[in-house]
Design a protein around this ligand. Structure first.
Ligand SMILES: Nc1ncnc2c1ncn2[C@@H]1O[C@H](COP(=O)(O)OP(=O)(O)OP(=O)(O)O)[C@@H](O)[C@H]1O
Length: 316
């Protein structure tokens, strides 16, 4: 795919100490496209992003950014990347603004342009009133927003984002999503590592599932979800958690997953199934305070493909 802004072929990177990492992952992202990299903790998302950001070398495989060789032309490649890693680090004694300004200048943005871009971004992310405060006084969410500003200010051709919205409040999340869409509309290719499926479904044109270091499926969110035609999830909020084994025995129920105090029941979309599920929950002693019947999500697709959950119960 000659037109891809980011193209990775057969990337393998194993950590010597654990023997884990990523294996044989290939993907491509076109200009203006948002590709979601989805997988549970430890599936290899960050490792792949570390390789693609040139922070670590792969054991084998190759990648290109805007046609440049990711291994032989690292400096030029870096200049085209906007990177936001999971744990942002800053010069703590410098102000947020000074951190971002240094970044933009290091990427070669002329003074006036850097000033203009940063003013806009600090305003957009609600950091304008904190711009002159030392970065070490920033909260986790603020530091994340600062890292997003640093990733965006030089208008990179390719954005590599690792769980960008984790730790952001609702308003900041919307601001980040708007900015991401805007960047893509302006031709930026975005690789977004996340296991927040609602966000991935809302933002991504395509999705690659990672499982134990390997890419196990790829498709549009809609295409992947429609592969589960005929399935539904019944989400029951309960006043108290209950032993729920009997719910799993209702004909047509595939899986029961506790979420907080409630239950998510994955089942076939057949007549009478909701009544059957509700009856079983009540017989288990469940006091239902809320009930909804929903279509499957990417989370369900992942579970179907791998037999494993995308997120732990406490993250649901
Ligand atoms: N520095 C390291 N040394 C040894 N093993 C590592 C190292 N970093 C990651 N790993 C292992 O490599 C695998 C992939 O980890 P990675 O951080 O890429 O996953 P991830 O999908 O980004 O997870 P998370 O969602 O928790 O951020 C895991 O099994 C992890 O234990």
């Amino acid at each position: 795919m000659a037109s891809a802004a980011l193209e990775a072929e057969n990337i393998t990177r194993r950590y010597r100490s654990s023997g884990r990492g990523v294996e044989g992952v290939s993907l491509s992202v076109a200009p203006g496209e948002v590709l979601g990299l989805v997988g549970p903790n430890g599936s290899g998302k960050s490792t792949l992003l570390r390789v693609l950001s040139t922070a670590i070398a792969p054991d084998s495989g190759a990648f290109r950014v805007c046609g440049l060789d990711g291994l032989r032309e690292r400096r030029k490649v870096r200049a085209r990347l906007g990177i936001m890693v999971d744990r942002p680090t800053h010069y703590g004694d410098l102000s947020g603004w000074a951190n971002a300004y240094l970044f933009a200048r290091a990427y070669g943005v002329p003074e006036e342009k850097a000033d203009r871009a940063l003013r806009g971004l600090f305003e957009h992310f609600g950091l304008a009133e904190y711009r002159d405060e030392k970065a070490k006084t920033y909260s986790y969410g603020m530091a994340k927003k600062l890292a997003l500003i640093e990733a965006l200010a030089h208008e990179p051709a390719v954005l590599l984002l690792d769980e960008p919205s984790l730790g952001l409040d609702y308003t900041s999340r919307l601001a980040y999503q708007r900015k991401l869409r805007e960047a893509a509309e302006n031709g930026c290719a975005v690789l977004l590592a996340s296991n927040q499926v609602d966000e991935v479904e809302a933002l991504c044109d395509r999705v690659v599932f990672l499982h134990r270091g390997r890419a196990v499926a790829e498709g549009t969110p809609e295409g992947l979800v429609s592969s589960l035609e005929g399935l539904r999830r019944v989400v029951a909020a309960l006043r108290n958690p209950v032993p729920y084994a009997e719910v799993g025995e209702v004909p047509g129920v595939r899986r029961v997953v506790p979420e907080g105090r409630g239950l998510v029941v994955h089942c076939e979309d057949r007549p009478g199934i909701v009544a059957g599920v509700v009856g079983a929950i009540v017989r288990c002693g469940g006091d239902i305070t809320g009930l909804s019947v929903e279509r499957p999500t990417l989370e369900d697709v992942f579970a179907r493909l791998t037999g494993e959950a995308l997120r732990g119960e406490d993250e649901a």
